[in-house]
Design a protein around this ligand. Sequence first.
Ligand code: CTP
Ligand code: MG
Length: 224
Amino acid sequence: GDVAVVVPAAGAGVRLGPGAPKALRLLEGEPLLVHAIRRTAAAPSVRMIVVAAPPAEVEAVHDLLAPVAPVIVVAGGAERQDSVAAALAVVPDDVGIVLVHDAARCLAPAELFERVAAAVRDGADAVIPALPVVDTIKEVAADGTVLGTVDRSVLRAVQTPQGFRAGTLRAAHAAAADSHTDDAGAVEKLGRPVLCVPGSDFALKITRPIDLALATHLLKLSEP
Ligand code: CTP
Ligand code: MG
């Protein structure tokens, strides 16, 4: 493999409700992070995995993942981008391609990692898996008045793993002063092109309790 995968897993999971940090919550008896790393490690392109864990859980996460795959575990930060930066800092300079993958997208299949990595290998600076938007999207004022209907055909819902030439991702993070919700957004701010490849329904982000219910069902259909 020629790819390093950085896995932000340090979030609290506030929208999931009270409980352990989200990456350590259970899906069919195993932490989301275990499901995520099992699929990440199954991708043939992957050479190394760096997980950004909740700072109080670094040792526990290391022990949890040791039987699943070889991983480096670092302490994450206050914002997602801080966690990505902390993990990126330990990726050696000789790794040419870096993928960033949310632990919360724990059923993203190995083939999605391969699709994203292949597009970077084929020359793209930044690659994101994306799906068409299924709902009609309205722009709405604060008082609830509809301002207009957005042309859905040009919209995409974006997932992870997002893939980058390592130098591009490092430059984007170094330049990102304000916060961004995804890593490709920081590359866009550099004025560099970002390419979409087809996403996967299995790469949904577990955010709210209903997503856990959906993932429980998807797990039965998903490859290990
Ligand atoms: N993440 C992280 N460090 C943070 C915040 C988020 O590593 N300081 C990670 C999460 O663990 C998750 C991914 O970024 O894998 C996407 O974030 P999100 O889905 O928002 O997870 P949480 O921040 O944990 O959830 P919430 O916003 O509901 O608290
Ligand atoms: Mg969050």
